[in-house]
Design a protein around this ligand. Structure first.
Ligand SMILES: *Cc1c(COP(=O)(O)O)cnc(C)c1O
Length: 378
């Protein structure tokens, strides 16, 4: 392989660089919360809920302790429980199906569209014919690109299913001009540090247009008590910390800038890698209009593991999201799925590689990563 001229160090995500310009402002806000001594359900949580609701163009948002809990709370609020079927994708982070199984419901998997990595509406239409009693559909907007929501919503209406969007990776993404998370009955957001809007720890939120669901969600996160010590439901303890809310209020102001930076970097990759005769596949444009927020820039690569090692050896971080489909996870063996059941999901798991795309990257950083990729396949 051709040696690379000048070695650089490029982590997949560089939070230190991303936080540098807002460090002082965030510290001032943290100091304010510490001095106000309101750590649980403080004013900042309410203000952040308002701000995120406005950002997603919905009237209600309910903060909680993580994106995983957002999914769990949404399922609980929908009244989904033991033995209920929820259709979802096998190509996602574990929490998608984990939340369904955790409340005693049954994840029913549907293969993905290889172009978008998201649940395939045609496959969904077929699978739901065999499960007409399904209670909900949980599409994921993976990597920050929207699932094809129009046909998904049409199928949900036909079968009387609720739609709970796993928008953990997709804050700011839009489907035909409409905010992801705002299309189904509930949308779930994660503030895990590696998401586009990341806290300094865990955090999550559920957004909805339905006031009754919002009220139930707000109660479920405090052990099901709409009024303190009076419990209408058996809920959980899943509150968003005031400190995290204060930090997120600062970071929200910079979210669109962060997204624009990621989109520009995605364009740079396309310009440098597209048409270069490489055997890799770049993220494809969906057949519908969408605003991709590039929580991850994911290519398909032959000899993927070798490429990952080669990048690592040359200072570049990359990651495999996700190396094993959910239907093949040990903990889901009881569901009875087998290898080969979801060929597109399994193929993706063998080929995908996420490259650095965050906004603190310099143009030369992207050029360097592309030079390495070209060298690897030379
Ligand atoms: C991150 C993520 C979650 C879970 O969010 P946490 O805040 O880490 O609990 C759920 N679904 C998807 C697709 C995710 O990427």
């Amino acid at each position: 392989m051709t040696p690379i001229a000048e070695k650089r160090k490029i982590p997949l995500l560089d939070l230190k660089s991303l936080h540098r310009p807002i460090r002082e402002e965030v510290i001032a806000e943290m100091t304010r919360v510490i001095d106000a001594n309101a750590f649980i359900m403080g004013e900042d949580v309410k203000l952040l809920e308002k701000a995120i609701a406005a950002y997603c163009h919905v009237p209600f948002a309910v903060g909680c302790a993580s994106g995983s809990d957002a999914l769990l709370l949404a399922l609980m609020a929908a009244g989904i429980g033991h033995g209920d079927k929820v259709l979802t994708t096998p190509f996602s982070f574990f929490a998608t199906a984990g939340s369904i199984a955790r409340i005693g419901a049954i994840p029913v998997f549907v293969d993905i569209d290889p172009a978008t990595f998201n649940i395939d509406p045609q496959a969904l239409a077929k699978v739901i014919e065999r499960h007409p009693d399904a209670k909900a559909i949980m599409p994921v907007h993976l990597f920050g690109a929207c699932a094809d929501m129009d046909p998904i919503m049409a199928i949900a209406r036909q079968y009387g299913c609720l739609v709970i969007e796993d928008g953990a990776q997709s804050i700011g993404a839009e489907y035909k001009g409409i905010a992801a998370q705002s299309i189904g009955e509930m949308g779930c957001i994660s503030f895990f540090p590696s998401k586009n809007l990341g806290a300094f720890g865990d955090g999550g939120m559920v957004v909805t247009r339905d006031e009754a669901l919002a009220k139930k969600l707000a109660a479920l996160r405090v052990h099901g008590a709409p009024k303190k010590y009076f419990h209408d439901w058996v809920g959980i303890n899943s509150r968003l910390d005031t400190l995290q809310a204060a930090i997120l209020r600062v970071k929200l102001k910079h979210l669109d800038g962060e997204t624009a930076g990621r989109q520009a970097n995605a364009d740079r990759y396309r310009a440098l890698l597209g048409g270069a005769g490489l055997p890799i596949t770049l993220p494809q444009a969906a057949s519908y209009q969408t605003r991709h927020i590039y929580n991850q820039f994911v290519i398909r690569a032959p000899r993927r593991d070798g490429l990952k090692t080669f990048l690592q050896e040359n200072g570049v971080g990359s990651e495999i999201y996700y190396p094993l489909s959910l239907h093949q996870q040990v903990c889901f063996a009881y569901l009875g799925y087998q290898e080969g059941d979801f060929p597109e999901s399994e193929k993706a798991a063998a080929e995908v590689l996420a490259l650095p795309v965050h906004s603190a990257l310099a143009e030369q950083d992207i050029a360097y990563v592309c030079e390495l990729i070209r060298a690897f396949y030379r």
